[in-house]
Each structure stands twice: as structure tokens, then as C-alpha cells.
Design a protein around this ligand. Structure first.
Ligand code: AMP
Length: 399
């Protein structure tokens, strides 16, 4: 992928420079404390590189949805000490992302310092991609680095507008993400298998339509597989199903056939009469589901068939669980398939990239997070990329 990278710059380009870095510090909080600092850690390689090269790092981020108002509960002030602890250096905070408060704080910075600016979404112009706001933020620095892939699907002032005013580069975390995504779907080694699960077809129509044109095999699992089974005339009983999308499911299957993409549906299913953990269950063929039963997971034959396809493939791209994985025993297919993919990845036989929504927690639950080639923690941006859409924050960094 041809985009401008921060690691293409040297000390000569960076020493003494004021570098605006767009990070995604929209971290989950519980009782006033950061409950998961993954997003802070993701920024460390870029910040350490800037420090090592004598630049001043000035960080821009959104936090929550203040909708253009100053919302003290959504201030980024509390994030600065947590970042400082990870970086091993004091991180100062400025209570505005533009104007004299930010400028004053920047004027006091030494080379190698890090300054976090206040929530960009305190200005309505952020989400409107207002050129005036973008220009005022750009006025704070000499260079711009975007290290927030997870915010790159939105054309906002701090992700896209600002790039019109400053030389702009992808940070380390952004570049790592783009490189892996490119290997998985941009220019993948074939054959390629996409595994798409999750609750509903309705939220993944664009994604399925894009994938059938690009991959060799498309495994459909989770609640959304029920709609595909129903489109074949199978009675799925009380299962989650979207009858209004049967024609869409047929159209997607037809497009797959036209593109020589093989669709894999569950060959056997795990059913229960109640949607709760550990109810009485049985495994049956999809056309054996009784009218008072619901499909809550794929069965062992389905997993074996999927694993056999994995053996033939060189690349896997995965979004969405194969069953209602939050409840036992309906995590079984997701866990078994994830382990099979993780093992092949570890053996160097394939590249497996996953991401989006519940996928991260499903794969963490399966204990394979470290075995996959890459797991993206970006939700919406990962899905939009899988849908084949251009991400404005990324397009703005292209050469
Ligand atoms: P998504 O956010 O679209 O990836 O959907 C993830 C959700 O789909 C999870 O909460 C799963 O519990 C749910 N899910 C997966 N399979 C089923 C199923 N067969 N029936 C109901 N919900 C399911």
C-alpha cells in the first residue's frame, strides 16, 4: 500500500519539530479508571520514535460523544497520567485542542516532550470536518501523523481535514494495521477464506457482497447463517432469522456462484429451546430443527469441514462469531475453529487476520489472540474496510 510513513522520516526531519499525532484514546472507563489501556499502548511505538528523534509530540484524540459541547465527564485530562506511566515520562495536558491555551502549552515543550490536547469533539466542527477547525488545529504543528486506524473511517477535522494543511504520515500503529489488512484482502496470497459470523445479515450485507467478489471461500456462521439456510427452504424453527432478507441471501449466493466463491453454511447445528447458558441441547442437521428449537451454534461436522478448508487456504479473514459464544456451550464452534486457524498460523501455513466488534472478545475467549497474524481492535473502521469502502483518514495519507 502506497502511503506516507512516519518511519520514512529521520532525526533531521523531526528534531525540534512540533508533530501533531492523531491517536484514538477513546478508552473504556469504569468507575473513573481506564479499564483497558490497549489503545494507549498502541500509540507507544510512534511516541517513542518521535521522542528518540527529538520531536515534540502533540496528541489529538476524541473521547466519547460530547456532540460539539464541552462535557467535563468526557475530558481527556484523566488519560494523560495513564499515558505518562506507560511511556515513563510526564505527559502534560492542555484544556483545548486549538487556540492560545494549546499554543501556550506547546511553547513550553522541550524536544522529546509529549502533550495531550483536549477532546477534539468538544467542537462541533470536528465531526463536520470543518476546514476552519482543521486549519486551527494544523496551525499548532509542523507535521501531522495519523496513528488512529480505528477513527480513519470518518472524515473528521482531526482525521482528514487537517491533512490538507500539513505534510501527513501514517504512524507505526496505523501502518502496521494497513500492512496486515493489505495482506489479508488487498493483495492476499490465495486461496483465501473469509469467515463471517455474528447476529444478523442486515448489518453485514455490504460486507458479504464485497467478499463474494474477492475470496475463494466464504463461511457464513452465527445467527446470520440461519437466514441463508432459510433461503434454501430450510425451516429454522425459533432461530434468529430475517425473513425479509431471504431474497438478499439468495442474491448473495448467486453472486458468489458467479464469482466462483464457494459459500460454506453449517452442515450441522447445535439447538436449544431456551436462549440461556447451559440449557439442554442437541446436535442435528439444519433441516431437523424443530419448530420450538433455535440454532445457537454450528456443530462439530461444520467445524471439521471449515478446518479442512483452512488447511487448503493461505489466507483467512474473520469477522463475527460462529455461535452465541457468550454462553456455554454455544462457544464451542467459534473456539474450535479459532484454534484450528491459530495452529495453522503458528505453523506458518497461513495468514489469519480478524477484527471488528465482538470478534476480538470471541478470539480472546478462544485464547488464540497471540496465535493469529493480526487482530484488529478497530470496530467500524475494520468493517468498512472489509466492505471495500475507502477510509477517508487513510486515503488522505496515500502517496
Ligand atoms: P455481530 O455483532 O453481528 O458480530 O454479532 C455478534 C453476536 O451474534 C454475538 O453476541 C453472538 O451471541 C450473536 N450470535 C451468534 N450466533 C448466534 C445465533 N445462532 N443466535 C443468536 N445470536 C447469535
Amino acid at each position: 500500500m502506497a502511503f506516507k510513513r512516519l518511519d520514512g522520516l529521520s532525526t533531521a526531519d523531526l528534531a525540534g519539530k512540533e508533530v501533531l499525532v492523531r491517536v484514538d484514546f477513546n478508552v473504556p472507563m469504569q468507575d473513573g479508571a481506564i479499564s483497558d489501556d490497549t489503545r494507549l499502548r498502541a500509540a507507544l511505538p510512534t511516541l517513542e520514535f518521535l521522542r528518540a528523534n527529538g520531536a515534540k509530540a502533540i496528541l489529538l484524540s476524541h473521547f466519547g460523544r460530547p456532540k460539539g459541547q464541552i462535557e467535563p465527564s468526557m475530558s481527556l485530562a484523566k488519560v494523560a497520567p495513564a499515558l505518562g506511566a506507560l511511556l515513563g515520562q510526564n505527559v502534560k495536558f492542555a484544556a483545548d485542542c486549538k487556540g492560545h491555551i494549546a499554543q501556550n502549552a506547546i511553547s513550553q515543550m522541550q524536544n522529546g516532550d509529549v502533550l495531550l490536547l483536549e477532546n477534539t469533539r468538544f467542537y462541533a466542527g470536528e465531526e463536520k470536518n470543518d476546514p476552519q477547525l482543521a486549519k486551527e488545529m494544523a496551525a499548532l504543528g509542523d507535521l501531522y501523523v495519523n496513528d488512529a486506524f480505528s477513527a480513519a473511517h470518518r472524515a473528521h477535522a482531526s482525521t482528514e481535514g487537517i491533512t490538507k494543511f500539513l505534510p501527513s504520515f501514517a504512524g507505526f500503529s496505523m501502518a502496521r494495521e494497513l500492512d496486515h489488512l493489505d495482506k489479508a484482502l488487498g493483495s492476499p496470497t490465495r486461496p483465501i477464506l473469509a469467515i463471517v459470523g455474528g447476529a444478523k445479515v442486515s448489518s453485514k450485507i455490504d460486507l458479504l457482497e464485497n467478499l463474494v467478489a474477492k475470496v475463494d471461500y466464504l463461511a457464513i456462521g452465527g445467527g446470520m447463517a440461519n437466514t441463508f439456510l432459510a433461503s434454501l427452504g430450510i425451516n429454522v424453527g425459533k432461530s434468529l432469522c430475517e425473513p425479509e432478507l431471504l431474497a438478499k441471501a439468495k442474491a448473495i449466493s448467486a453472486a458468489a456462484a458467479k464469482n466462483k466463491c464457494t459459500i460454506l453454511l453449517p452442515q450441522d447445528v447445535v439447538v436449544a429451546k431456551e436462549f440461556r447458558a447451559d440449557p439442554p441441547v442437541r446436535t442435528c442437521l439444519p433441516n431437523e430443527v424443530a419448530s420450538d428449537e433455535m440454532i445457537l451454534d454450528a456443530g462439530p461436522k461444520s467445524v471439521a469441514a471449515l478446518s479442512a478448508i483452512m488447511e487448503k487456504c493461505k489466507t483467512i479473514i474473520w469477522n463475527g462469531p460462529l455461535g452465541a459464544f457468550e454462553m456455554t456451550p454455544f462457544d464451542a464452534a467459534t473456539v474450535a475453529a479459532a484454534k484450528a486457524a491459530g495452529k495453522l498460523c503458528q505453523a506458518g501455513q497461513l495468514i489469519a487476520v480478524a477484527g471488528g466488534g465482538d470478534t476480538v472478545s470471541a478470539l480472546n475467549h478462544a485464547g488464540v489472540a497471540d496465535e493469529f497474524s493480526f487482530i484488529s481492535t478497530a470496530g467500524g473502521a475494520f468493517l468498512e474496510w472489509m466492505e471495500g469502502k475507502a477510509l477517508p483518514g487513510v486515503t488522505a495519507l496515500e502517496k
